[in-house]
Design a protein. Sequence first.
Length: 152
Amino acid sequence: MLGIRPEYIYKKETEDGYEYGIKVRESISPTSDDTSLKTENAKRNVTINKEVYDLIKKIPVKENGYVFDWNGFKQSEQLQILLEKLNIPKTTFHGLRDTHAFFLFAKEIDLVYVSKRLGHINIQTTQNYYLELMPEKKHQQDADALNLLSSL
């Protein structure tokens, strides 16, 4: 999320009101000046809610043209300080990503949607990684499949 420029944050009118989101178009790395994304699927639009949109829009753009300060790539350290202040158990940014995905799965959000939201090349990547980490989901799917077959 370090590669966010102001023009990547959008508000689009829809039939139901507005859609808010962030266009993921760049990746910032401490080891390379290459800002290209790892895969074509990594280029995506990620929807956000209005509250997050409003907060991000308030952040002053840095001299380098990005919304977030790279701050010597010490975001992990800053995250730990913030989590401690908020009395939230320690995690990593990837842990937050995993939690986000698990939450969506727990709310029965479709695997294809979650896979696209995460920027995976295909749903097999998502399925292999997350379903292995969620054995209760696999057991539920097995039970659902057996119930369906039994009802034939």
